[in-house]
Design a protein around this ligand. Structure first.
Ligand code: HEC
Length: 560
């Protein structure tokens, strides 16, 4: 995504929604007839499976590892030699440094002028689209795989290994490539691209409303700006059928116990399959959604959750590890305190999924340090209970409060006579509500703060604030709302970059590649992903209160 395309459209600049996709094809004149697709010959499912193992795992039908050769000497083997390593799961290719790895699915390899699809091969150069070539045949495909000489007799970049595959193995690879990404994913209609967002029970209704309103507004705005353009039909991109589908949003509201969420998700999905899940909200667990997304091969992009599952998978992407990240940041900070190291760290938390997860992460992260960690669970709702949890503090102790505003508001009444050396608060859980901090404590309180601070923060969030104002949407929780905002912009860019190649795994692959190219419009200082990475923000500040009451950084950006 380049900086221009990230500016969210406002009334004056209604054109920007599709700016990037439009720029893609400016000056690039094409005449296309894309509707017909070649009917692939039917391959046996055994061949496809053998091909899959070669492609995805680098295992030959004999069980031996796949071996590839480069420039006579250099060998690659097994998983490293697997086609997926470079051509990716979707077969839609990627960019390695400056080398373009073009799509090698059947649709691209065997395309004729009548059915040639188009893909953007370099997101940094929006005009760089796949070029026409003579359709491959089984023979020319064997030659390019074995000798690195393509269908036009060009010698390929030495990055592509040469593989001494047998005829049977070539046939299996061919069978696999013919069916790979041959059909658009579920949730893609002729006219409509279906998306869902997911709301867990027990979330703040104000947050829920803010998220859904922002999404509906952005979708409506996007669809309206499409109409303006498709009416004109001036740009080549307008000639690519169905790239300009309308977006439709459904809200999946989960209810009841989390054990039943899986079934509810399945029912929703069956009623209306969606191409991807965008954002989402939960204060407790996200694990059932995470499993569902992976099981259905459904991209679930950047929900606002305080504790994502620790086990990563291919399809769910997150802003960060949430409170588990804060725990690691705090541990690193405490270990670097030198002679100010506290003697004891007392952590106070609620006995729920997030509280237990956070305290466990911090306990783990402090293992082996000289600081003794003590757990205090907060029960009940009376200030006296917090007072009990904070009993027996000394000036050599530090305290970590894994608490939300409702609990933090009791701190004033529960403040013990003897203050600890320092009291830490979770930035994710406090959600920018710091009124609770008693005057006498202000200089002793530090926030483990996962977002940007100061002028840079103001600059990053300005675009969203402006957009909210334009559309008369309320500002409820700035950091949270920028998560939703960023996601909507990111989705716009993602969809304009994948053009008509609406495959879910390709969407995720592109998200991995693109995120680091993005200029930031979120409250996070920096968001980046790379292959295999699933958490885009990787650190936090330790922040303190300046005399004017504002939070300022008290440490570098700490990446544990
Ligand atoms: C280490 C990276 C790498 C691996 C592994 C790899 N390729 Fe490639 N492949 C490339 C690159 C790079 C190109 C493009 C080279 C160029 O255009 O000069 C390419 C090109 C191709 C092409 C030609 C595409 C065209 O448009 O003409 C085919 C077909 C192909 N690869 C098939 C495979 C198969 C099948 C495998 C697994 C058995 C595989 N590749 C494994 C890097 C790789």
């Amino acid at each position: 995504m380049d900086p221009q395309s990230t500016s969210f459209p406002d009334t004056q600049r209604q054109s920007s929604w599709l700016l990037s996709s439009r720029r893609l094809l400016c000056f690039w004149l094409v005449t296309l007839a894309l509707v017909a697709r070649a009917e692939p010959p039917v391959a046996s499912s055994e061949d496809v499976e053998l091909g899959r193992r070669i492609y995805m795992e680098g295992i030959l039908p004999s069980g031996e590892p796949l071996k590839g050769k480069r420039q006579e000497a250099v060998q690659v083997e097994g998983a490293e030699a697997a086609c997926e390593t470079c051509h990716r799961r979707s077969g839609m290719g990627s960019l390695e440094g400056n080398i373009v790895i073009t799509p090698i699915t059947g649709r691209f390899l065997f395309a004729t002028d009548e059915n040639r699809p188009l893909a953007l091969v370099d997101p940094r150069a929006p005009k760089n689209l796949t070029r026409a070539h003579t359709p491959y045949t089984e023979e020319s495909l064997a030659k390019v795989i074995r000798e690195g000489i393509d269908v036009s007799d060009r010698t390929l970049s030495p990055l592509m290994p040469q593989y001494a595959l047998s005829d049977v193995e070539i046939k299996a690879v061919l069978a696999y490539l013919r069916q790979l990404s041959s059909e658009v994913s579920p949730g893609v209609g002729d006219e409509t691209l279906h998306f869902a967002t997911i709301v867990a029970p027990d979330v703040d209704p104000k947050q829920r409303e803010a998220m859904v309103d922002m999404m509906r507004t952005a979708f409506a705005q996007r669809n309206a700006s499409q109409k303006v353009y498709s009416g004109r039909m001036r740009m080549p991109i307008d000639l690519i059928p169905r790239t300009l589908r309308n977006w439709k949003l459904t809200v999946w509201e989960l209810q009841g116990a989390q054990e039943t969420w899986g079934t509810q998700l399945a029912e929703n999905y069956q009623r209306e399959p969606v191409f991807a899940v965008i954002s989402g909200l939960s204060n407790t667990t996200w694990a059932p959604v995470h499993s569902f997304c992976q099981q259905e091969k459904l991209p679930c992009l950047f929900p606002s959750v305080t504790l994502p599952p620790a086990e990563t998978a291919f399809y769910p992407l997150y802003y960060s590890r949430g409170v588990a990240l804060e725990a690691d940041v705090l541990a690193k900070h405490l270990r670097d305190q030198g002679k100010n190291t506290p003697r004891r760290l007392l952590q106070v938390y609620r006995d729920n999924k997030v509280g237990r997860g956070a305290s466990l992460a911090l306990t783990e992260a402090m293992k082996g340090s000289e600081i003794q960690v003590e757990n205090r669970v907060l029960y009940g709702d009376e200030p006296i209970e917090l007072k009990a949890a904070l009993k027996g503090l000394s000036s050599k102790d530090a305290v970590m409060l894994w608490l939300r505003p409702a609990d933090l508001s009791a701190v004033n009444k529960a403040a013990p006579k003897q203050l600890p050396a320092v009291t830490y608060v979770s930035g994710f859980l406090a959600a920018d509500n710091y009124d609770f901090v008693p005057k006498t404590w202000k200089s002793h309180v530090r926030v483990v703060y996962p977002y940007e601070l100061g002028a840079k923060r103001q600059k990053n969030v300005a675009a969203m604030k402006e957009w909210l104002k334009t559309w008369q949407l309320p500002l409820v929780d700035e950091a949270f709302q920028t998560e939703v905002f960023f996601n909507l912009l990111f989705l716009t860019d993602l969809t304009s970059q994948i053009l008509d190649n609406l495959y879910r795994d390709y969407l995720v692959e592109r998200a991995e590649d693109m995120l680091s190219l993005d200029s930031n419009v979120s409250a996070y200082p920096h968001l980046s992903l790379a292959r295999g990475q699933r958490f885009a923000s990787k650190g936090a500040y330790i922040a303190r209160f300046a005399p004017d009451g504002n939070l300022v950084a008290d440490s570098e950006w700490i990446v544990p």
